[in-house]
Design a protein around this ligand. Structure first.
Ligand code: P6P
Length: 334
């Protein structure tokens, strides 16, 4: 095990590789590629105000959202790192219409695919609010073959690893490979992510609820009733605290550590809500469950949903188990 105080993420990943007797080091190498891209994005996020990287790129992504230059830069960094690393045979990005298969037919291909949101919450870039990267890793369905759509449409329960990077007051990388959740803080003085939050477990109960209440009149009745419950007091319950940053990774990370629930439900206008199953909901659901929390679409476990398309949206309730259960109770009885 480790003798000195500082444990870097690369040392930790390699140490944990021993938990997988048949690991050949490919997943270790793949995670290392993601760490490299995260450091590069960190560098440019932290100086976004100083370079001309701010402001709209002018293009719009598949969601019809205006692409900020940093969105495009982050997307390019993760694609490049994963393509160069050769352990990943394809990627699907929230910023790209379709998946990208690396390599050519007949060549040997990596046995993993990665789905990611390169910079979630990017509308907050220009106002210096925390933003994040979210990633998830699947084994390919046909090992050795080029990436295909089927590789990306696996249920979240098939995930091999998932994580996020939060570019906030400090930059942290939090990830799981299905054996617990660990957090690493970037020490810019040595350019290394260092283990700072080992074995993260989210509280079963919490008193923070995160939802855009501006949508209240368009929300399902069960969600309206749950919001009213959060504000109520009585029978030993005090009103909860509302905290909504408008940046999923920031809201999720705070609730993971302190306890809480984040909800982005369907509305009458958008019955499936706003968040994407592949790029946002599945990876954070995997992490949350590994930390003892829950993630549902209001009725069903997120990780049990088999995606039907790359950019499929789902209603999302994620966080402390008891809070998610309570919200589900209101949804069921509404
Ligand atoms: P609204 C950012 O665009 C995002 O995808 C999440 O990061 C964030 O939680 C949510 O949308 C905010 O959406 O509709 O409340 O502004």
């Amino acid at each position: 095990m480790f003798t000195r105080e500082i444990v870097t993420i690369n040392e930790f990943i390699q140490e944990k590789e021993r938990d997988f007797p048949y690991a050949k080091g490919d997943l270790t190498s793949l995670l290392t590629d993601i760490v490299i891209a995260s450091k590069i994005v960190h560098r440019d996020v932290n100086r976004a105000g100083l370079t001309n990287i701010l402001g709209d790129f002018g293009a719009t992504n598949v969601q019809g959202e205006s692409q900020k230059k940093l969105d495009v830069f982050a997307n390019e960094q993760f694609i490049s790192a994963l393509k160069t690393g050769e352990k990943c045979c394809g990627i699907a990005s929230e910023e790209n219409d379709n998946f990208i298969a690396f390599g050519k037919k007949g060549e040997s291909h990596g046995h993993y695919v990665v789905a990611f949101d390169p910079l979630d919450g990017s509308s907050n870039i220009d106002v210096n609010v925390s933003i994040g990267t979210i990633f998830s890793i699947y084994r390919t369905v046909h090992p050795g073959d080029p990436a295909c759509l089927e590789d990306f449409l696996q249920p979240g329960s098939e995930l091999v690893a998932a994580g996020y990077v939060i570019y906030g007051s400090s930059t942290m990388l939090v990830y799981t490979t299905g054996r617990g959740v660990n957090g690493f803080t970037l020490d810019p003085s040595i350019g290394e992510f260092c283990l700072s939050h080992p074995n993260i477990m989210t509280p079963m109960k919490g008193s923070i609820y995160s939802i855009n209440e501006g949508n209240y009149i368009n929300l399902p009745k069960g969600v309206q009733q749950y919001i009213d419950y959060c504000k109520s007091e009585g029978e030993g319950k005090k009103p909860y605290t509302a905290r909504y940053i408008g940046s999923l990774v920031a809201d999720f990370h705070r609730n993971l550590l302190k306890g809480g629930i984040y909800i982005y439900p369907g509305t009458f206008k958008d019955p499936k809500g706003k968040l994407r199953l592949l790029y946002e909901c599945n990876p954070l659901a995997f992490i949350c469950e590994q930390a003892g929390g829950k993630a549902i679409d209001g009725f069903n476990r997120i990780l049990d949903i088999t995606p039907e398309s790359l950019h499929q949206r789902v209603p999302y309730f994620v966080g402390s188990a008891d809070m998610v259960d309570k919200a589900a109770e209101f949804m069921k009885n509404a």
